[in-house]
Ligand binder design. Structure first.
Ligand SMILES: Nc1nc2c(ncn2[C@@H]2O[C@H](COP(=O)(O)OP(=O)(O)OP(=O)(O)O)[C@@H](O)[C@H]2O)c(=O)[nH]1
Ligand SMILES: [Mg+2]
Length: 195
């Protein structure tokens, strides 16, 4: 499929099902801890400086942000988990919102699950991966900030992550950097193979 990635923009923000777009356009959702690099990832994939950050306006950060890409594909940016300063109530609300989307959305083709290459996955990272496997949702595991680790140590860090996640070898694992753009082509290949 030919997708013109220059033709991309934020479409809408949704708190629940009734706000989701009603059509058959395939969606790829992004999940990961706060600060892992989700917005940077979207900007890098779409070759834009600040597209995803515009969704970070106050009041919108706790919503699902839908990005339209050339009317052929959508990215759905999910608010980051593991953010210490939110209340238990807000966390529960977040949990219901993301669970509703991930378990009922027919347009969903895969989840790009982002983890930081530098660190062992957190308990939240492990829980997210287990959740996606439990619901049989295809996963593209992306390890971000690869530029912060010398190439000679990439394998060691990748092994630590796959071990901690009990990673399914059939899923894609891609090392990525928004700074050097390492992994960019591999990520697009993985996404296009799922839609
Ligand atoms: N060196 C390096 N820094 C990165 C990379 N990706 C993101 N960052 C930095 O990490 C910080 C967080 O990036 P964001 O893209 O805002 O992270 P996020 O996951 O969208 O964060 P939330 O919206 O708070 O959930 C920013 O300072 C980015 O510049 C990367 O690949 N390499
Ligand atoms: Mg963000």
């Amino acid at each position: 499929m030919e997708i013109n990635t220059h033709n991309a923009d934020i479409l809408l923000s949704a708190a629940n099902k009734s706000h989701y777009p009603q059509d058959d356009i395939p969606e790829i959702a992004l999940a990961g801890r706060s600060n892992v690099g989700k917005s940077s990832f979207i900007n890098t994939l779409l070759n834009r400086k600040n597209l995803a950050r515009t969704s970070g306006k106050p009041g919108k950060t706790q919503l699902l942000n839908f990005f339209n890409i050339d009317d052929k594909l959508r990215f759905v940016d999910v608010p980051g988990y593991g953010y210490a300063r939110v209340s238990k109530k807000e966390r529960e609300k977040w949990g219901r919102m993301i669970e509703e989307y991930l378990t009922s959305r027919e347009n969903l083709r895969a989840v790009v699950s982002l983890v930081d290459l530098r660190h062992d996955p957190s308990a939240d990272d492990v829980q997210m991966y287990e959740f996606l496997k439990y619901y049989d949702i295809p996963v593209i595991l992306v390890a971000t900030k690869a530029d912060k680790i010398p190439r000679g140590k990439w394998n060691k860090h990748e092994s630590a992550i796959t071990k901690k996640l009990d990673f399914d070898k059939n899923d894609d694992f891609i090392l990525f950097s928004s700074v050097t753009k390492d992994g960019l082509d591999a990520v697009w290949d993985a996404i296009l193979s799922k839609i």
